[in-house]
Every structure is written in structure tokens, then in C-alpha cells.
Design a protein around this ligand. Structure first.
Ligand code: SF4
Length: 455
């Protein structure tokens, strides 16, 4: 269990030397207990105590970086069971399964699908993050050949090598030196040689107690025993799979694992979870994946990429992995959509990300170059900001005057959201010389609104 501030204080030098930047050791201990400072800030803690404190203050689900460079993704580091308690930290990673039994052209096509999967939503780039190469052939040569295609075509995409054959795993993983891949398939029979390969190749080790490789399930007890044995061999970057395949089993096992890690600080299960969601029916696969996103999977392997499925899953993941206490917001600014001139329309809205991206998307669809004045309302949407007194006539007038837009446009017309039509008179009073036009209530009315003005 994590130590309290007072328990940490008892382990500190108690000299109140202030080298950590705090006036007393007690103040430092309290900050350390809250996770607001790191142990390194105190230079006088003996090494053994430092190690003890580092262990107790580490997140209950081990943080692991999978892959390298721009496409690297972080796993784990979670601290809560429910998002509203604090937040979920590292979004679940999606990986596309590629079987080594496929023809080369099909392997190439599936890699392309991963590389082209990126979309942008509310300012964030979302994509299928990785590839899971499965050794369905059980043939080392085929597995190696498929790994070579991936290494050549997508060298920086994080890769999971799924095989329980240590020789095949080693051959493939050596094609990705220093790329932090995952070798998935360590079990009670092969864990020593798999751990050895993972250690030598600086790879992450995927541990499974039951899988498609034909072993019987020993349950979470066996999984916990295995991770401890692997840790004793010097491998600590581990992802775990309970072997659950059915929705109810995934829900049960993932919940148990997260609860054991977070509530009991049970280290043998304090690792990111990998889930295999592949199904013949895409809708069922999407539902299983959605369950994994919501309930504690850190990596989910999918059998196919379809635009509708990606959009639904990306949106769910993005929504669950935002901080519920911090609204997503864009910077206060005057944004140009297209190449507006001094005659182009000027819209105003709040800086809630979703509002901004929906409004800017609809203006883009209309093909009428425009300006959007985005006002800082602490990330609230239009109606909420108005109700909270943050999107008022006085504040809008002040923002417009300070924004410099008067130097950009010749006209003096501002289009306000239809939901705050009530503000139009007050804005005209405060913003001398300006005309207020009430725009549509919903952003999807913007193209028709702009077309009607042009007519
Ligand atoms: S640096 Fe260490 S010993 Fe000095 S006040 Fe801070 S916690 Fe105490």
C-alpha cells in the first residue's frame, strides 16, 4: 500500500535542510505522498530508503513504453478503478492482427491499413497504434519472413510478436533492435527462455496463462506466479493476459486484475493487460473492444480495420481517456478557416474543443472562408458558458476589441451562436459600431446559413 505523508516523514533525514525546496522534511513528505514531487528532490535519503519509497510511490499498474520515436505509446500507469475518481492515464492501444499465414501482398495491404488509419478528431490524431504478428503457421521461416516485411515497411510501428516458440520469437525480435517490441506468449513452460530473449533484446514480455496455443487455464493465480518468476529473472516490463476470450470473462478478469493492483497494491498483477478481441463478426468485435477500452485493457488486438469501427472505438477511447476535471479546450484566438479576406464572415464561439471543431468543420464544409473568434470560457460549451457568466455581452465586447480582428475585417458584423440570441442587443450596446447577426442554433445549420447570405 502507498505510504502516508507521516509514514514517509519517519523515513526522511529530518534535518529540515531545505535542499528539496521545502521548508521542512514534513512538508516534503506530504508533497511526496500526494505525488507532487519525486524522491530525487531530496539528495540526503539513503539508497535503501530511496528504493523502498520508490516502490511504494510507484503507480499500481506499471508504466511501460511500447515502441520508440513518435509512434511510441505508453501503457499502464493507472491509479484508479473509476475515471471519475481521478482520471485514466494512458489510452488503450489498438493493434491489428497480421497472420504469418497470409500471402505477402495481404501482409503488405494490412500494414498499409495501419499506416493509413489516422484520423483527426477535436485536434488529436487518432489511429491504430500497432501491429500484432501472429505465428499461426507455427513455422519459424514464415514468421521471420512476415516480420521482415513489417520491419521494411513499417519500422517504427510498435509490434507484438505472438508466438510461444522462443526460437521464433528471438529471430523475429532481433529484426527490431532497440524498438521496444512485445514478445507475447510466455507461459509456465517456456518462460525462462522467453524472459531471456526479452532481456537480451530489451523487449517487453507478454505473459499468458491460457491462449490459442492450446494450454489449459490456470487462472489469475497462475498468472501472478508466472509474473513473479519472470521478475526474478530480471524482466519487469511485462504485459499480462488472463486468457479470457468471452465478454463476461474479460470483464471479470480485467476488473479483478485492476482491483488487485489498485486497491491491494498486489504487484504480481500490477501490469498492463493485453486483450485479444478478434471475432468474425465485426460488430461483436467492436463490442468486445469497447468493453476492453472501458474496463482496463491496455492493448487490444483487432482482426480488421473498418472506418466505422475505428471511428466508434477512437471516439470512445478519446472520451474515456480525457481528464474529467479538465474540459478539452482550444486556445483563445482568431482562427482562419480557408483563406478569409477582409470581407469574410466573422463567427464567435467558446473554446470548448468539441464546439470549436464542430463549428470549424461545418464552416469548412460550406467552403466559405471565414474567421472564428474563439473566446476563452474555460473550456465550457456555449450555453454552459453563458449560464456560468463567462460568455456575456461585456466579455465578448472586450475580447473582440482586444483581439485585433478590427484590423483584419472591413465590415463590423459578428455572427453569434443561435443559442445565445438573447445577447445580441447587449453586445451591440457594448460593441459600438458593430452589428450582431444571430447564427444557427446547431453548427450543422452553418452551411445553409452561409449559403443563404451569399444568395
Ligand atoms: S532535502 Fe531532504 S532532508 Fe532536507 S528538508 Fe528536504 S526532505 Fe528534509
Amino acid at each position: 500500500m502507498a505510504l502516508t505523508g507521516v509514514e514517509i516523514f519517519k523515513l526522511l533525514p529530518k534535518t529540515n535542510c531545505k535542499k528539496c525546496g521545502y521548508p521542512t522534511c514534513l512538508a516534503f513528505a506530504m508533497k511526496l505522498a500526494q505525488g507532487q514531487v519525486t524522491i530525487d528532490s531530496c539528495p540526503d535519503i539513503p539508497e535503501d530508503i530511496k528504493q523502498k519509497l520508490a516502490e511504494t510511490s510507484a503507480p499500481p499498474v506499471k508504466p511501460i513504453v511500447f515502441g520508440v520515436g513518435d509512434r511510441a505509446v505508453k501503457l499502464g500507469e493507472e491509479t484508479v478503478l473509476f475515471r471519475h475518481e481521478k482520471k485514466f492515464v494512458n489510452p488503450c492501444v489498438f493493434a491489428l492482427e497480421i497472420k504469418d499465414t497470409l500471402a505477402e501482398s495481404d501482409i503488405q495491404r494490412r500494414i498499409e491499413e495501419v499506416l493509413n488509419s489516422e484520423i483527426e478528431r477535436v485536434g488529436q490524431k487518432l489511429r491504430i497504434d500497432g501491429i500484432a504478428l501472429t505465428n499461426d503457421s507455427h513455422d519459424g521461416g514464415r514468421f521471420d519472413a512476415a516480420a521482415k516485411i513489417i520491419a521494411a515497411k513499417a519500422p517504427y510501428v510498435p509490434v507484438i510478436f505472438c508466438t510461444d516458440n522462443p526460437v521464433n520469437a528471438e529471430t523475429a525480435v532481433k529484426l527490431f533492435p532497440d524498438k521496444r517490441p512485445i514478445i507475447y506468449g510466455a507461459n509456465s513452460e517456456n518462460y525462462e527462455s522467453m524472459a531471456n530473449t526479452a532481456k537480451t533484446c530489451k523487449a517487453i514480455l507478454g505473459v499468458a496463462v491460457s491462449s490459442d496455443f492450446g494450454r489449459s487455464s490456470g487462472g489469475l493465480d497462475e498468472l501472478a506466479t508466472l509474473t513473479e518468476k519472470i521478475k526474478a529473472l530480471g524482466v519487469t516490463d511485462i504485459v499480462i493476459d488472463s486468457g479470457a476470450k468471452k465478454a463476461k470473462d474479460i470483464l471479470r478478469d480485467n476488473t479483478f486484475i485492476r482491483r488487485a493492483a489498485v486497491k491491494k497494491n498486489f504487484k504480481p498483477l500490477g501490469y498492463p493487460v493485453i486483450t485479444f478481441a478478434q471475432r468474425e463478426d465485426s460488430l461483436i468485435e467492436a463490442l468486445i473492444t469497447a468493453l476492453g477500452v472501458a474496463k482496463y485493457s491496455s492493448i487490444i488486438v483487432l482482426s480488421s480495420i473498418e472506418k466505422w469501427k475505428n471511428l466508434a472505438l477512437f471516439t470512445l477511447r478519446q472520451n474515456l481517456y480525457t481528464d474529467p476535471q479538465v474540459p478539452m479546450q482550444v486556445k483563445q484566438n482568431i482562427y482562419k478557416i480557408g483563406e478569409p479576406t477582409s470581407d469574410s464572415p466573422l463567427f464567435i464561439t467558446t473554446n470548448f474543443s468539441l464546439t470549436y471543431f464542430i463549428v470549424s468543420g461545418e464552416i469548412e464544409n460550406s467552403k466559405v472562408p471565414s474567421y472564428i473568434a474563439v473566446m476563452d470560457c474555460e473550456g465550457l460549451s456555449v450555453l454552459t458558458a453563458w449560464a456560468a457568466g463567462k460568455f456575456t455581452a461585456a466579455k465578448i465586447a472586450h475580447f473582440i476589441k482586444e483581439s485585433g480582428i478590427e484590423n483584419e475585417v472591413k465590415h463590423r458584423e459578428i455572427i453569434i451562436p443561435g443559442y445565445v440570441a438573447i445577447l445580441s442587443g447587449a453586445i451591440e450596446e457594448k460593441l459600438e459600431g458593430w452589428k450582431v447577426t444571430v447564427g444557427p442554433r446547431e453548427a450543422n445549420g452553418i452551411p445553409a446559413f452561409l449559403r443563404s447570405r451569399a444568395a
